[in-house]
Structure formats: C-alpha cells, structure tokens
Design a protein. Structure first.
Length: 552
C-alpha cells in the first residue's frame, strides 16, 4: 500500500518537475500534510475520521462502518434498532469510500419525506456534496444524488438510473424491499452497482422470506435459492428451523446493534396509561358496532371472504366515531349486503352522527394543555387526524398535520412549522418512519396500532441518539373496549415498553398479529375467555421471539 515519502526527497521531486518553487518551504509543508491525510499505515485504518472534526461517532457506529468496509466488502444490511444512528454508519462508510477513491458516483434512495434530511446530513455532518433529485436531468448532473425511491422506480427516471453505473447504492427504510415481486425490489436488483447498503431497523416483519429477499439483493445465493432456504432454514413463517446455521449465514451480510449491548446512554422512557371512560352515547355506539361485527365476522369466515373491513371498523370506532363514518359509508355500498345488514349499518351511522361529545378528544386537549410543551399525537386514521386538528384549533392550540401523501416539500414544511411555531404535530404512521424529532419529548398514542413494532417506530422518532430529556409516552386506553385489552397485552405481557421491543421487532408484522387479535376477540364468548386467549397469544409471541432472536 502507500508508503510515506521522505520530506526532502518529495521536495526535490516536486521542484524538479516544476510543481513548486524550490524555496517555498511553507507550501511544501502544506502539500505534505495534505498528502498525509490520504495515507494510512494500514488499509484497515479509517482515514475519514480525521477529516470529520465536527462529528464524534459512537463506538458501535465506528465499528460497524469498519466492519462493512473491511470485512463485508461494502455490501451489508445495517439493521440497528431504532434510534442507534444507522444513517451515521452509512455516512461514515460512504465518506471512507470517497476518500479512498473507491467511490465517485453514489445513489441514495429513501422515502420522499427523508430526501432533504439525508441531503442535509451528508453535507453538514460529512462534508459530502450531495444533491437532492429534483428533475429528470438530476440523474446525469450530480455524482452523489439523494432521491425518492418511489420517484426513481417510475419512468422516465427508472430508465435513467438503470442506464448508469453506480459505485455505491444506499437504500433507507429497506424493509420496503421485502417482496421480490415489487417494483422497489426489482429496481434495486437491476441497478448496476459495486457496493450496496440496505438500512432498516426491521429486516423481518411478518415472514422469514422477507429476510431471504433482502439478503438475496446483497449477496445472491448466500441463503441458497428459495427452495433450499425453505428446506434448510424455515420451520414456519416466523420460526427458523436451524437458528445457529441461519445466524451464521445472515451474520456475513448483516450488522445489528441493540440498545442493551451497552456503550450508548439513552434518556429515561416513562410510560403512562391514560384511562378513558366513554360517555353513555359513545358506549352504546361501541356496543352496537361490536355486536354487528361479531355477527358479520362469523358469516364472512364461513364464506371465506375477507374480514379486513370489519377489522378496520372495530379499530376506527375506538379511535373516534368521526373516523368510522367513512368506513360505514363504504360498507353500506357493498352490493352483497342483505337488507337486514344494510339497515343495521344505517342505524350505526346515525348513532355515530349523533354522538354529542367526544370524550377521548376532550381528554387529549386537556392533556396537551397540561403538558405545555411540544407534543406528537399519533393516530391511525386521517379522519381522526383532521378532527383532532379542528378541535385543537377550537381550543386555541396550534397544530400541524404529518401524513403519507404529502409531497416532500410539504412534509419538510410541516416539520419546520412544528419545531418553530406549533405546539402539536398530529401524525399518522407516516410520521413514525424516518424523521428525527429529538426537540420533542412528549408522545401521545391517541389510538394504538395492534403491533408493538409500530409503537416502537413511533417512540423512536423522539427517543433516539441526541435526545437530552426523559421521554414521556401517554397511551390512551378506552375502558370497556378492545383498546383496553390491547394495552394489557402490549404492556404487561410483551413488555414492549421496557425496551424488550428491540428483541421483538423482527418477529411479528401487522397482518399476522392483527388477524390473531381479531380472531381472539370475535371468537371469545366472555371477558375471561378473551384474557385467557390473550395470555396464550402472549406466551406464543414470547416463545417464538426467544427462538427467532437466536437466529438473527
């Protein structure tokens, strides 16, 4: 590798070539020091750290970056838990390759809401001249480009990127590549690239095949073909057959740091369950909806039809009667309904319209006023989101919305408004992905998702590296509803709020977990039976978690 050149010999050589006047000793010293910055005694040394005086990475970030460059040869799955700084690791790797001269052209593909965030961080933290893709000409104008993966996969952009050679491709929120039949996966697979970094905290969400698809992008054949993978490594969708062998194979391409490994100090996480007692009218609406759903659930299962609309309605009615109105309207239009079912839905719609007060909404307004600081309110539904914004404004509280469907610029604008002008950010699940909001330390889960992984994603927006204050999580729990059981399951049984979710985030995904829960509630005849079945579900989750964690 490089060898240091004696100062006098280098000075003489430069002078003979006419590159510098023989007497300009000060200029020579500057040139010599500059050259030293690009030299290292060993190829394993990281030269980029000396060029980033304003950045102080954590030890696990440095070790991860070194391992990817020196052992994994630039093709890796960065799968640290939420909040441990995977973006910093990717930035270190990119900077190192740039300084070694091994990378010139780089493509960073991220969700639309994160394009400007990635661009800023690369420029400000790593002194990397990265540009955000804005038009069709960006692909050939800039060497280091940050772009939305959803834009990139569509023509004419797709054709433009597939016609070029990239030294490195980085994909954030890479769990969106879990299905090899999607355009996202096929785009990454077809890109001509030397190095590839996939960044996600949840490499497996619902099915072991998702892990296979990610690994296959990085190193085809690492886990065999699909048939061999199924035969050698899969016992069931979420349980590996041979954990030791799978751990070894995956470990050759994946790096996963966990919070409990030590070396990183996080602020305290304080969780409060906020009990909500429904009004008489709200309880009547909930009970009527539940009775309708139980009857319809049995009929749909017998006919082997989807029960998704029933799951949605059951969840929305716990969120707000306002959120349920749209689903009720859609269900009424189903031509397969009997006259009796259509009449029942019409009655439910009128009940929802006539609710005079919204207990849950009033409670969130009281809580926000009591907190008197910036607050993120998470809800599952846009209708609830709009209603909350209206009610907060009526109470003199400034709020802004954050949700999927907003263009990149609007999402950045909403984030800036929240930081500098508004007290409340009302976010759907789109707000639980990727963005960093460490300036806030208060989270209200107005309604809970049915999967613990999603809650950790929400909390991870504020409880991450850089947070200097304790983080407060307020989980609303409506008494006498399915929500009360969800809180019981998630908090007491899975213990997700005691940092255990970092172990569970690779076990269960939304679909499987929601189906199990819905079956529990619809097929149980009493509260005692519901609790017994939830306990059994919790035990199964913990058992499968222990087994699967050994594999990754």
């Amino acid at each position: 590798m490089y060898q240091y050149i004696e100062q006098m010999d280098l000075r003489k050589q430069l002078a003979e070539r006419g590159d510098m006047p023989a007497g300009k000793w000060a200029l020579f010293q500057l040139a010599y020091e500059a050259e030293k910055q690009f030299l290292s005694s060993s190829f394993d040394d990281f030269i980029c750290l000396g060029a980033l005086p304003g950045l102080v990475p954590f030890p696990h970030q440095i070790e991860t970056a070194k391992r990817v460059v020196n052992e994994l040869h630039g093709r890796a799955l960065l799968a640290d838990e939420v909040g441990l700084g995977k973006t910093i690791e990717a930035g270190l790797i990119l900077k190192e390759y740039l300084m070694r001269g091994l990378v010139k052209k780089a493509l960073i593909l991220v969700p639309a809401s994160l394009v400007l965030q990635w661009t800023r961080e690369l420029n400000e933290k790593f002194a990397i001249h990265a540009f955000a893709q804005r038009n069709e000409w960006s692909w050939t104008t800039y060497d280091i480009l940050v772009a939305s993966i959803d834009t990139t996969k569509r023509d004419p952009h797709r054709s433009a990127v597939l016609s070029q050679n990239y030294d490195i491709v980085i994909v954030d929120e890479a769990h969106k590549l879990k299905n090899s039949k999607t355009r996202n996966w096929q785009l990454i697979n077809q890109l001509r690239k030397k190095y590839l970094l996939l960044v996600t905290a949840t490499p497996v969400q619902n099915d072991m095949r998702e892990l296979f698809n990610l690994i296959n992008l990085l190193r085809p054949g690492q886990l065999g073909n699909q048939t061999a993978f199924q035969a050698n490594h899969v016992d069931s969708k979420r349980i590996p057959k041979n954990p030791q062998a799978l751990r070894s194979a995956v470990g050759e391409v994946m790096v996963r740091n966990r919070r409990e490994m030590g070396g990183v100090e996080f602020t305290e996480r304080l969780v409060e369950v906020v009990p909500i007692s429904l009004s008489k009218e709200e309880q009547l609406l909930y009970d009527t909806v539940t009775e309708f759903i139980r009857d319809a659930y049995v009929k749909l299962r017998e006919k082997k039809r989807s029960v998704l609309s029933l799951i949605t309605l059951q969840r929305e009615i716990c969120s707000s009667s306002y959120a349920a109105l749209g689903t009720l309207e859609t269900m009424q239009k189903d031509k397969r309904l009997t006259d009796q079912e259509r009449i029942a839905l019409t009655d439910i719609y009128h009940l929802a319209e006539s609710v005079p007060n919204y207990t849950k909404v009033n409670r969130v307004i009281d809580l926000v006023k009591k907190i008197d600081d910036k607050v993120i309110i998470f809800t599952e539904y846009r209708a609830t989101q709009d209603f909350l914004l209206y009610m907060l404004q009526q109470s003199g509280i400034k709020g802004v919305l954050f949700r999927g469907g907003y263009k990149r610029g609007k999402k950045d604008w909403m984030k800036d408004l929240f930081e500098h002008r508004a007290q409340v950010l009302i976010a759907t699940e789109a707000g639980g992905e990727g963005i960093n909001l460490q300036f806030c330390n208060q989270v209200i889960n107005f309604d809970l998702p049915w999967n613990p992984m999603r809650i950790e994603q929400r909390i991870g927006r504020v409880h991450r590296l850089g947070q200097t204050r304790p983080v407060y999580i307020h989980n609303f729990s409506t008494k006498g509803t399915i929500e009360e059981y969800i809180v019981h399951l998630l908090q007491d049984k899975i213990r997700m709020f005691e940092m255990v979710i970092g172990k569970l985030d690779v076990i269960l995904g939304p679909k499987a977990f929601e189906e199990d829960l819905m079956r529990t509630f619809m097929e149980s005849g009493s509260d005692a039976e519901i609790r017994a079945r939830l306990s059994a579900l919790s035990h199964r989750v913990q058992t499968s978690g222990t087994e699967q964690l050994a594999s990754v």
